[in-house]
Write a protein that binds this ligand. Structure first.
Ligand code: HEM
Ligand code: HEM
Length: 420
């Protein structure tokens, strides 16, 4: 045991590296959640039958007749939710401590791939219960792929193996979910850990250079143990109190109202309510992914200093951007829903322009205005400036996601959460 732990960690570490406020234990928690998913997934696999005739009944059997079947299913469900939330928070923490560039460029890119794999694992698992929720959520999300230019429709058909979800889809998703993706996640995680060691551990500020290092056992191991116990306790409690959802068996002729994508794609679905599909499903998401992958390659003219939000000025500008981006996104959603329907107002103009290019340009105008009237005066460094763009995108994404999950009711109309 001791030698396994020492393979993952160096023998001694700087006290700042194990300060809880550096990582909040997020990377370690993500790793533990992956292990829990693998373990509970294998147990579920003993009873699950991957075909549309038996899948739903095999889950009912698991729930009602297998000792701890419901509990194991609940753990797999809640741990999957946590895995996305915690991986996302880890991604934010890595960015905001500047650990995404320099020696860590490679690990940032592989981290992004890990994030994609985790989301895709959740997505493929979502279909497996083959109930109404699963069937319609995956239908609506795979339809989004169909909006990609040129190859969209072929890609959609390739993924689901036909025109609509069928036995091929379930088998493909099952194979991806229980074999291909877990293997890739394990391989990429091993590489991720190795690269952290190769980079000389976590990125620390210059001030910690003179610190005397301490033995990893018990200093770090003890903290990791506590974080793991707390996470397990919360996960078990949640799984004991709240069951993973299971509606009636999938019915391809009777759609749900509202038909919502899985919660982590709710932001994307919300975007589709406001932009032409070419922009909502392709231009904007692909643009954001390219921006995230390009972040480490921007020329910053300095080395990352390991400080949270770069500097005191970075904290202030990030706070102001958060408020501004939240206000712009919320106002945009409400205006577009009730007042400003560009597609109707500018009826003769092709929807691609009135409902795509135009609102996107308006949004860019709001960002440019914020730069001109607020940020420019502050003479931000390159790193601080890039950070404000990142904050803008993340806040808009989070607001869209929250709106999609909690504020869309029947017929996808805006409503309050208690009416959803
Ligand atoms: C989803 C599975 C993931 C696991 C299991 C994982 C695990 C870890 C662990 C244990 C650490 C060291 C401790 C810590 O920072 O909390 C770490 C560091 C790091 N992770 Fe991840 N990570 C994952 C996803 C990501 C993602 C999505 C990104 C970014 C896109 C990322 C980028 C990094 C980087 C750059 C470091 C080095 C940080 C530094 O030097 O301060 N990881 N990861
Ligand atoms: C990172 C890894 C994994 C993630 C994120 C994940 C996620 C999910 C999710 C979200 C569901 C739907 C559960 C629900 O009804 O809410 C699911 C179901 C399922 N998963 Fe996984 N899973 C992972 C790994 C595995 C592995 C390794 C296996 C088996 C070898 C597995 C087997 C299953 C089975 C059989 C189901 C259907 C049972 C059910 O829905 O309760 N999973 N998974």
């Amino acid at each position: 045991m001791r030698s396994i732990l020492l393979h993952l960690h160096p023998a001694r570490v700087k006290p700042s590296a194990i300060d809880f406020r550096r990582t909040f234990g997020l990377g370690g928690m993500a790793a533990l959640l992956i292990v829990i998913q693998l373990f509970t997934g294998i147990l579920l696999r003993f009873y699950y039958k991957p075909n549309p005739v038996e899948a739903y009944d095999s889950i009912l059997f698991l729930k009602n007749d297998v000792l701890f079947g419901q509990f194991i299913r609940n753990i797999h469900h809640w741990s999957a939710v946590f895995l996305i939330l915690i991986s996302f928070l880890h991604f934010l923490r890595v960015f905001f401590t500047g650990a995404f560039r320099g020696h860590r460029t490679n690990n940032w890119i592989f981290g992004l791939i890990l994030l994609f794999l985790v989301v895709f694992s959740n997505f493929t698992g979502y279909l497996l219960p083959w109930d109404q929720l699963a069937y319609w959520a995956i239908t609506i999300s795979t339809n989004i792929i169909g909006y990609f230019p040129l190859v969209g429709e072929s890609l959609r058909k390739l993924l689901i193996g036909g025109n609509e979800l069928n036995a091929n889809t379930l088998l493909t998703f099952f194979t991806l979910h229980t074999a291909v993706l877990p293997l890739l996640i394990v391989l990429f995680s091993i590489y991720h850990f190795w690269k952290i060691r190769k980079a000389g551990g976590l990125l620390l500020s210059k001030e910690s250079a003179g610190e005397e290092s301490v033995p990893v056992m018990p200093n770090l191991i003890f903290k990791e143990f506590i974080v793991a116990l707390v996470l397990l306790a919360v996960l078990f409690l949640l799984s004991a109190l709240f069951n993973a959802p299971l509606l009636e068996k999938a019915n391809p002729v009777y759609s749900m109202n509202p038909t919502k994508a899985p919660w982590y794609f709710a932001g994307l679905q919300e975007l589709l309510m406001h932009f032409h599909p070419f922009f909502a499903a392709f231009v904007i998401p692909v643009g954001v992914i390219i921006f995230l992958a390009w972040l480490p390659f921007i020329n910053y003219n300095d080395e990352p200093n390991g400080h949270w939000f770069v500097s005191a000025q970075g904290i202030k500008s990030a706070e102001a951007t958060t408020k501004y981006a939240a206000a712009v996104t919320i106002t945009g959603i409400i205006l577009n829903e009730y007042l400003l329907n560009f597609e109707l107002l500018l009826a003769p103009v092709p929807a691609f322009i009135s409902n795509g290019l135009l609102p996107l340009l308006i949004l860019c105008g709001f960002m440019a205005g914020f730069y001109k009237f607020y940020l420019k005066k502050r003479k931000l460094s390159k790193a601080e400036l890039v950070q404000t763009v990142f904050v803008f995108i993340m806040v808009a994404f989070i607001v869209l996601t929250i709106t999609g999950i909690f504020f869309r009711g029947k017929d996808m109309e805006l409503t309050f959460p208690w009416n959803v």
